[in-house]
Design a protein around this ligand. Structure first.
Ligand code: 7MF
Ligand code: ZN
Length: 884
């Protein structure tokens, strides 16, 4: 036992221990008598013993935090001696091969602050069952490979809960004495318990209709608190687009007569795909131009799409066990990303997705929580809803599409849905369907599911003018990750192009091939070292690598500033063009840090400045793309290329470069800002969104360059802006400045929006992420603000999340005050909401990556957290694994 091992041993669940269920539940008839303080749950389960299960085997149902009232088997009430109840569930020995089990238990929704199971949010009842929340509602075989048909009857006070919803179709309703009423729902599709949902409350709704391509009419309803009715139109529009898209892109139709979305304010994550009754964090549904930014509108499209697409990739075909989570999540993220890309600009969407992957997933892969897309073990499953499972999982599916081609991939998807409809399956079943449909051998490709870590490609190129060849030598290696010191080589699709010095694409012909192919080519890497010889090359080409980010890998190739600037200006692939600019900026920032360290004068590299100037003046380019191109890589991303991170040094270099760019490009920034002014009414089409993003990027730079002209522009935009995108961009620029206009603007904004919790979240986040010297004190003060509420995950994310993850310079203060503050809050939040607390612990898990002094201070907070009595399993797992 190591020093950090606590006395209590945590239970680990392992993939290799998977066994099929011993019993199946065919139907579940559920009855809820809803009261905030004590809800009675009655269930009648029809259970069958699996043929392989010995008759002596007891029935073991999961159940946590439940008050058991009674158990009856085939109509006979059992005596307490005939069953056993412990912290994990209910054991009934000596059950027959087929039987009906009737259970009554009680739960306390008003006291449920963990927001798992049945709880109350904004006065309404709602549920969250994924992954293992159903066992906090009633005793059940709470595992995804047990699929039952559900009938749910809800009883509640009619005045308090006029709306009573559950999965499937409404079947019956009626009145009861004492002002109570009931509604019965029937879901014809067998489903695992994690997809169960109920909602009860005084909700208003908007309604629409969708006709499927086979001509069935589906009623669509979006339920919200009455005062939010004016913020529903966008989400409804997104839903209809998603329904159409899934028909067109995958041939998948919706399968019930009714589809419902409910928005709630207190929700641990973004949203949940419960069958026919998606429940959303209100931040992922509600939007109006006055209260939501363009990014919010875009995110809503993605989330609404994501949850809708789960109806097939998740609900009709679900996961055998939670190790297979990426089966539904990786695939569904891939689907929502492609959907969003089609609705907006593909290149910009790709850049956004890659940015998210690099910032979250690469970092996860480099830390103590690194795990494969299909993890091998866990202590608490809710800790494995990770960037790796979701985002890398989506990249793995995208690589399949790139390797098999769009048609082969579609045939594979069709076969997968057809073969496994109504079943609980594995990621390997998914790969098999792809293999079978496309006639491919994906044996080596499967390593993407089992090996953790971000592979690194080292590329060397050699141009031979005499032979007219250009040779690329690619060596791959993957750093060790916990439990996996050595990796076998991956099967990697590497998309490349060759450009002439005047920016033309060279036709590509590999040695031995008869005909060249114009433009991008996907090279397949299988061995540790691979060599590719392009022939017929008559001038030294510029190599464009990893086009479209064709694989989730890091690429290393010697390239000077000029070459990167050239690609930033001329590459025809938007991702590679953007990536060249990012690489150039990282190089410049690292050089600035080196200069800082050695006390040399700081100068902004003219190559970078001129590349930025050229881009800014590029009248042809898509404006949303330009805004991406001209955004420097985040401080955290730059930090990743350092052995030991000194966040203050990164911050200083970053700040210097931003200011230098602002000063050097003052004229074109101002000119661009002015030329892109609002003309006509507010619209959210891609063109208008792009215009606003480039204009606000200019404003952001101008505000950092000590330009006296910038402040009045910014104030004017803040005061006269008619949409949240512009108002927030102005406020955020003011909030990052130390000008006297800052406080009045923040105050004015709060007064204007204090009744809108989602806008107040923005107000918290802007202040928490502003890198002012006294940021920590301000955040501390804000935790005592009446609008802050530690029980609301959105508030915690907005204030604590934005400070600890979005303000590296101040969070990593040299005295460790930021870490101590975080430690305090983890301990405060853990008893309230373990999932929220565990998410915050992750920030500290990367302690080894920081300068030793800082790392030690971070580690000290982890030890402090771990020493707390009664720590949740969620927080315990992350904290303990971080110290190993
Ligand atoms: C878009 O995956 C992408 C990811 C689980 C909860 C939603 O549908 C979900 C749920 C977590 C983290 C991210 C997302 C979700 C969850 C999510 C949402 C929208 N099955 Br945890
Ligand atoms: Zn999902």
């Amino acid at each position: 036992m190591s020093a950090v091992e606590p006395l209590r041993m945590a239970q680990t669940v392992c993939l290799k221990d998977y066994r099929p269920p011993e019993f199946r539940i065919e139907t579940a008839e559920l009855y809820f008598d809803l009261h905030e303080t004590g809800t009675t749950v009655r269930s009648r389960l029809f259970i069958e013993r699996d043929a392989r299960t010995p008759p002596s085997h007891p029935l073991v149902l999961n159940g946590e935090g439940l008050e058991l009232v009674s158990v009856a088997l085939d109509g006979r009430t059992l005596t307490p001696g005939e069953y056993r109840v412990d912290e994990e569930g209910l054991t009934v020995p000596g059950v027959p091969a087929r039987f009906a089990l009737e259970i009554e238990n009680r739960v306390h929704p008003a006291d449920n602050t963990a927001l798992e199971g049945l709880y109350v949010s904004g006065g309404n009842f709602c549920t969250q069952c994924e992954a293992e929340g159903f066992r906090r509602i009633t005793y059940f075989l709470d595992r995804p490979d047990v699929m039952a048909r559900y009938t749910t009857t809800l009883v509640a006070d009619r005045a308090r809960c006029p709306v009573l919803l559950s999965n499937g179709n409404p079947a019956a309703h009626g009145e009861l004495a004492d002002g109570r009423h009931w509604v019965r729902w029937e879901d014809p599709f067998p489903k695992p318990s994690y997809l169960f949902a109920l909602v009860g409350g005084d909700l208003a709704w908007i309604e629409d209709e969708f006709t499927t391509r086979s001509g069935r009419k589906v009623r669509l309803r979006l339920y919200v608190q009455r005062h939010n009715l004016d913020k529903c139109a966008h989400a409804m529009e997104c839903l209809k687009r998603a329904m159409r898209w899934d028909e067109e892109a995958y041939g998948r139709e919706y399968d019930l007569d009714l589809f419902m979305i409910v928005a709630v304010d207190d929700f641990n994550m973004g949203a949940m795909e419960n069958k026919g009754l998606n429940i959303f964090n209100s931040a992922c549904v509600l939007a109006s131009p006055e209260t939501a930014t363009d990014d919010d509108f875009q995110a809503i499209l993605g989330v609404v799409g994501h949850e809708y697409f789960h109806n097939w990739s998740g609900n009709r075909v679900t996961c055998r066990d939670w190790f297979q989570l990426s089966l539904k999540e990786g695939f569904t993220v891939f689907r929502d990303q492609e959907f969003s890309a089609e609705m907006a600009s593909r290149g910009v969407e790709r850049i956004r997705d890659v940015n998210a992957l690099r910032n979250a997933q690469f970092r996860e892969d480099a830390g103590p929580m690194a795990h494969p897309v299909r993890p091998e073990s866990y202590q608490e499953i809710s800790n494995f809803y990770t960037a790796t499972v979701y985002l890398k999982g989506a990249e793995v599916v995208r690589m399949l599409r790139n390797l098999l081609g769009a048609e082969g991939f579609r045939r594979g998807a069709d076969l997968y849905f057809e073969r496994h409809d109504g079943r609980a399956v594995t990621t390997d079943d998914f790969v098999c369907a792809m293999e079978d449909a496309a006639g491919a051998d994906l044996a080596q490709f499967r390593l993407w599911y089992s090996q953790a870590g971000s592979p690194e490609l080292h590329v060397e190129r050699r141009y031979d003018p005499g032979a007219g060849t250009c040779t690329l030598t690619v060596r791959q290696d993957c750093p060790p990750t916990p439990g996996q010191p050595e990796k076998a080589p991956f099967h990697i699709p590497l998309a490349v192009g060759l450009l002439t010095r005047d920016g033309r694409e060279l036709p590509l012909c590999l040695a031995g091939e008869a005909h060249p192919v114009a433009g991008t080519r996907v090279l397949e890497l299988r061995r540790e070292v691979e060599t590719f010889v392009f022939t017929g090359i008559t001038e030294e080409p510029v190599v464009s690598l990893l086009r479209g980010f064709s694989a989730p890998v890091k690429v290393h190739m010697e390239r000077d500033d000029e070459e990167l600037a050239f690609l930033m200006a001329h590459d025809t692939d938007p991702f590679s063009r953007w990536d060249a600019g990012q690489e150039l900026a990282v190089k410049v920032l690292l050089r600035l840090m080196e200069a800082q360290r050695s006390g040399a004068d700081l100068v902004a590299d003219p190559v970078l400045v001129e590349a930025f100037r050229r881009s800014l003046l590029d009248a042809e380019a898509d404006r949303a793309f330009l805004a991406r191109l001209l955004t420097l890589p985040s401080e955290d991303y730059v930090a990743e290329s350092l052995d030991r991170i000194d966040p203050a040094a990164v911050h200083e270099a970053h700040r210097f470069l931003r200011r230098a760019l602002a000063k050097a490009l003052h004229e074109p920034l101002l000119e661009t800002y002015r030329s892109l002014g609002e003309s006509g009414p507010y619209r959210i089409d891609p063109e208008s969104v792009g215009r606003r993003s480039l204009r606000n990027l200019c404003l952001g730079y101008l505000m950092q360059g000590d330009d006296p002209q910038a402040v009045p522009l910014c104030l004017d935009q803040f005061h006269s802006g008619t949409n949240m995108t512009d108002v927030l961009a102005a406020l955020s620029a003011l909030a990052r400045s130390e000008r006297p206009e800052r406080e009045p603007a923040l105050e004015e904004f709060y007064e204007r929006w204090k009744d809108d919790p989602l806008v107040v979240d923005k107000w918290f986040a802007i202040q928490a992420s502003a890198p002012l010297p006294d940021a920590l004190e301000r955040v501390r003060t804000l935790t005592r603000h009446p609008a802050f509420n530690p029980r609301n995950p959105n508030k915690v994310r907005a204030l604590l999340g934005a400070f600890c993850q979005g303000n590296p310079a101040r969070f990593h203060a040299r005295d460790g005050a930021g870490y101590a503050f975080l430690g305090d809050w983890i301990l405060e939040l853990d008893p309230i909401n373990p999932q929220v607390a565990a998410r915050l612990v992750r920030v500290l898990s990367r302690w080894r990556r920081y300068e030793p002094r800082l790392g030690e201070l971070m580690r000290a907070q982890l030890e402090r957290v771990l020493a707390a009595p009664d720590l949740s399993r969620d927080t315990y797992e992350i904290a303990s694994k971080s110290l190993v």
